[in-house]
Design a protein around this ligand. Structure first.
Ligand code: KE4
Length: 427
């Protein structure tokens, strides 16, 4: 496995960009070594600048559920760019993508397109505050909702204390309105709402936590979120940037049967191009400028190229049998990994929801951020590089989710399972 060119160009990248990357996780800090520069993606594979080929389970952190460079997406994009890349004016494409999303996620009566998941969650919170005239926001430890100032916060000590900034540059005053609670802890949640409901505008949650690996919600937890917020007139925001169209066509709210007031989307709806969106009940979304007084704007929001990639992706996903095929591949991977981990006596926990998953290097049941952190990150690091050596590219961090695509073949999965067996045995 030669990585000479990646090493060389990383040195150059370091002289140009912070840590040589445009998003922190890409710098491989959690696994050490140099990041691998990718030159091409096709189907389930990515190719690095040294000519190595990998089966890709990162898929650009979720968006590429059809696989890289899907022929119909490429064809539609080629046609679209001939018509220009952005007009800064309404287009029929925004209507088309909005209708596709609305049909898949009926809780979204009205939607606003933006350019990233961060913009979607930031705007959703502003709308919730404008709609309820309250200021506090409840989030959960381990959930990541993009780099919104008020959400770059970790739990203070004790139960329901207000957050402390977990990034430099975020003033304490910016997180003073943010309450951070443990995920899957219905009792603490109920107690906190009972105490603070008069000041709480919204509760924002990743219904499946994909930013601490893959943490599944307890049945009663999502139910408690919905019932308690309903009781106090607090808006429930499902951050489905990752789970949207990933767990099933209707996202986590369909998968678990819990209807939020506002949904944030991203990743898959852009088909690999920059798209985010937030939407919900018409009366809530009527708060958004220029219809209402909650300001939000964006030069490239809804641009025709990104809309085209999203439309083509959702059009294919909406066909019958697509999610059944994804599920078959996912079950093959899950069963295979569990089997070889047992045979290699690797102490791991495997969790998945739809086609997002995580292998934790711990024997503890993972139900929240605290238990996820019981993972042996040194073991994960070794596993990561053993898999790279065998041509399998997984997320360079124990606390990220893995994904599969429609392009992952039975053969890809068999190869992955074999690689995992050998990698587990080296630990
Ligand atoms: P973006 O602003 O990165 O498009 O979306 C932020 C975001 C919001 N909500 C959820 C649930 C998310 O998972 C994300 C972004 N996810 C990370 C993966 N852990 C993106 C990868 C990265 O930061 O480079």
């Amino acid at each position: 496995m030669k990585l000479k060119k990646s090493k060389r160009f990383y040195k150059k990248a370091l002289s140009l960009m912070p840590a040589g990357v445009n998003s922190p996780v890409r710098a491989f800090k959690a696994v050490g070594g140099n990041p691998i520069f990718i030159s091409k993606g096709k189907g389930s594979k990515i190719y690095d600048i040294d000519g190595n080929k990998y089966i890709d389970y990162v898929l650009s952190w979720g968006p590429l559920i059809l696989g890289h460079a899907h022929p119909s997406v490429v064809k539609a994009l080629k046609k679209a760019v001939e018509r220009g890349t952005s007009y800064g004016a309404p287009t029929l494409l925004e209507i088309e993508l909005s209708e596709l999303i609305k049909k898949a996620i009926p809780s979204i009566q009205k939607i606003r397109m933006v350019n990233s998941g961060t913009e979607a969650t930031m705007s959703a919170i502003r709308v919730a505050r404008g709609f309820t005239k309250r200021n506090k926001v409840v989030k959960f430890e381990g959930c990541y909702h993009g780099h919104v100032d008020g959400l770059l916060v970790s739990a203070g000590s004790g139960g329901a204390t207000f957050g402390i900034p977990d990034s430099l540059g975020v003033p304490q005053s910016y997180v003073a309105e943010t309450i951070v609670l443990p995920f899957n802890d219905s009792e603490t949640f109920k107690k906190t709402l009972k105490e603070h409901y008069k000041d709480i505008a919204c509760v924002i949650v990743e219904p499946v936590v994909g930013n601490m690996g893959c943490i599944l919600p307890k049945e009663e937890f999502l139910k408690a979120l919905r019932e308690e917020t309903e009781k106090y007139g607090i808006l429930l925001i499902f951050d489905e940037v990752m789970t949207g169209f990933r767990l099933c066509f209707g996202g986590a709210q369909d998968y678990y049967g819990i209807k939020p007031d506002i949904t944030c989307l991203g990743k898959v709806i852009g088909g690999g191009l920059p798209v985010g969106a937030y939407g919900g009940k018409a009366e809530i979304m009527s708060m958004v400028a220029p219809e209402g007084g909650v300001y939000q704007a964006g030069t490239l929001s809804g641009n025709p190229i990104a809309m085209t990639a999203g439309i083509e992706t959702l059009r294919i996903l909406s066909k019958p049998g697509i999610y059944k095929k994804l599920e078959e591949r996912m079950v093959q991977l899950e069963e295979g990994l569990k089997d070889v981990a047992k045979r290699a006596r690797a102490k791991v926990q495997f969790y998945r929801a739809g086609t997002m998953f995580c292998t934790y290097f711990t024997e503890t049941e993972v139900i929240n951020a605290k238990t996820a952190r019981s993972s042996d990150t040194e073991k994960f690091k070794k596993f990561f590089w053993q898999m790279i050596k065998r041509g399998v590219y997984i997320a360079p961090s124990q606390f990220e989710a893995g994904f599969i695509s429609l392009a992952h073949s039975e053969k890809d999965i068999e190869k992955t399972i074999k690689a995992a067996f050998e990698a587990f045995k080296t630990l």
